[in-house]
Design a binder for this molecule. Structure first.
Ligand SMILES: Nc1ncnc2c1ncn2[C@@H]1O[C@H](COP(=O)(O)OP(=O)(O)O)[C@@H](O)[C@H]1O
Ligand SMILES: [Mg+2]
Length: 282
């Protein structure tokens, strides 16, 4: 089930793999953390992954398997120890250096600036660019607020006055401010009650459709996983052991997969697989 590696090692992004059809290509990636007096920790080892344009790819794996680190590497916040990451044909570090804003990210804990109100949180990255007049920036932030289903009456609230679901929405609006075509979501429904999680999934589904985004999502929530994913990639043993549709992934014999999907809580979600997504209940 491993995917063929079709890149030529020379010639960097331009020739790496499937060209235009992939938003992200990761080849032979290693991540090793070294700390004094301890054995080096190998988090990723020869990891390969393609993310197709327009898909919702969910990344699953046990706690500490390096899912967040991988998202940060795609975003260009961290450099892998070895190997290639290309985002729309270029190294992500170059993209962020140029301010090209190809990638938006919803961080694991929402992480709004507590001293800024909702509108200023959403506007943050655009303001940092220092190229647009403030009036335009405010308009752009108001549009994102509306896109995530929040009315203008929330614009001047402080984060401490928001519910968990609203914080996630504001964090999403902030990730959308630069019109990035690639959106990374780190456990977007974690900590939400089932109803809010359901609503947030509906929002993500409609934004994905309307904006034509490519989405990479880390999630532990099987309902979210089956609700939204086009494909699923499973991270185990320091690499991606299988990538495919839910049915393809669940047929893989890896013990983590069998336990994760076919253990008690996986049964219910697996049944939902046989129903159209719109009626798969929680
Ligand atoms: N900057 C860092 N320095 C050292 N170790 C790190 C660093 N970032 C992450 N790690 C370690 O790498 C492993 C994977 O982390 P992470 O990607 O956060 O896991 P998860 O799959 O739960 O998101 C963990 O053991 C974590 O402690
Ligand atoms: Mg994580």
């Amino acid at each position: 089930m491993t995917e063929p590696i079709v890149s030529s090692p020379q010639n960097g992004g331009a020739a790496a793999g499937g060209g235009d059809s992939n938003a992200v290509e990761i080849r032979k990636l290693w991540t090793v953390f070294k700390s004094p007096g301890r054995e080096p920790q190998v988090v990723h080892k020869d990891l390969d992954l393609d993310i197709h344009r327009g898909e919702v790819l969910s990344l699953v794996g046990g706690s500490g398997t390096g899912k967040t680190v991988l998202l940060r590497q795609i975003l260009g916040l961290e450099k892998p120890t070895r190997g290639e990451v290309s985002v729309f044909g270029a190294p992500p570090m170059e993209l962020s250096a140029a301010g090209a804003a190809k990638v938006g990210m919803l961080f694991q804990r929402g992480a709004l600036f507590s001293a800024f109100n909702v509108l200023d949180n959403i506007a943050f990255a655009l303001r940092e660019l220092k190229v647009l007049p403030d009036e335009l920036i405010r308009d752009a932030a108001m549009v994102r607020l509306q896109m995530v289903g929040l009315g203008p009456e929330h614009a001047h609230k402080m984060p401490s006055a928001l519910s968990g679901g609203m914080i996630k929405r504001v964090a999403l609006a902030r990730a959308l401010i630069m019109d990035a075509p690639l959106l990374l979501l780190d456990e977007p429904t974690a900590g939400l009650d089932p109803e809010s999680a359901d609503d947030f999934c509906d929002l993500l589904r409609s934004l994905h459709r309307e904006l034509g985004l490519t989405v990479v999502m880390v999630t532990h929530d099987l309902d979210t996983l089956f609700d939204l994913s086009t494909r699923i990639a499973v991270l185990a043993d320091q690499h991606v052991v299988v990538t495919g549709t839910a049915a393809e992934v669940m047929a893989h014999p890896h013990p983590f997969i069998q336990k994760y999907f076919l253990g008690g809580r996986g049964q219910r979600a697996a049944q939902a697989l046989h129903q159209p997504p719109s009626v798969s209940g929680r």
